[in-house]
Design a protein around this ligand. Structure first.
Ligand SMILES: C[S@@+](CC[C@H](N)C(=O)[O-])C[C@H]1O[C@@H](n2cnc3c(N)ncnc32)[C@H](O)[C@@H]1O
Length: 213
């Protein structure tokens, strides 16, 4: 699966990428009440412009992305000096208050996550096949301290459409995956997209319990 993502980026098959920040981020992030200055984890970040929006709103960002191509495109499209270093298996690049860790999200561990106090998932959970989604929800919970908030934008496909990625992840599955470690509030469902029938759902999550619960 990892090779397939690298191939997609090399071949420019990145229909998931948006040319502007996601309206649900703009609409809902302020109400989460995340303190300015709090570092936001963006798992499976691609070259999402949502990271620039978060940075402009006083949040240092830590994005994690497998594909070097995505990170290089993001940096080339940005402004400012880029500094680079290595940390374990990750190649880390920093531009302004955005740091991008190139590598596998599942290899990113709590020691590296010390300063993270919020998260933003748009099309990360739904990029993963069913068998990996449980691992994703648990791993995310390990990285996020109790009391921290995050926004999750998921997606369902038209009834009977079992393709993916993006995979169809309904409200029931989202609750089953995250409720053991997070309080969830379902904020909205988008309208089905004409043509694809994809329909986004937006959730606010608050990490509960002691770390590693
Ligand atoms: C559907 S895209 C979403 C990207 C971004 N969140 C956005 O909204 O544009 C999923 C991204 O996750 C990356 N990815 C997939 N599996 C990953 C993993 N295990 N660790 C890090 N990145 C991964 C892919 O390369 C791809 O860029």
């Amino acid at each position: 699966m990892n090779d397939e993502w690298q191939r997609r980026w090399r071949e420019g098959r990145i229909g998931f990428h948006r040319d502007a920040e996601h309206p649900a981020l703009v609409r809902h992030w302020p109400a989460l009440g995340v303190t300015p200055g709090t570092k936001v984890l963006v798992p499976l970040c691609g070259k999402s412009l949502d990271m620039r929006w978060l940075a402009r709103h006083d949040h240092p960002v830590l994005g994690i992305e497998l594909a070097e191509e995505a990170i290089e495109q993001f940096l080339a499209e940005g402004v400012g000096e880029v500094s680079r270093y290595h940390h374990d298996s990750f190649a880390v690049s920093r531009q302004g208050s955005i740091e991008l860790w190139c590598g596998d999200f599942f290899h990113f561990h709590i020691e590296e996550a010390a300063e993270i106090g919020a998260f933003y998932d748009r099309a990360a959970l739904i990029a993963l096949p069913e068998a990996t989604r449980q691992r994703y929800a648990f791993h995310l919970a390990q990285l996020i301290p109790p009391g921290s908030r995050g926004l999750l934008i998921g997606l369902t496909r038209a009834p009977g459409d079992e393709g993916g990625p993006p995979y169809s992840v309904g409200a029931e599955e989202i609750r089953a995956l995250f409720e053991p470690n997070f309080e969830l509030v379902h904020l909205e469902d988008g309208a089905p997209e004409p043509g694809s029938g994809f329909r986004e759902s937006v959730w606010a999550l608050t990490r509960r319990g002691p770390r590693g619960d």
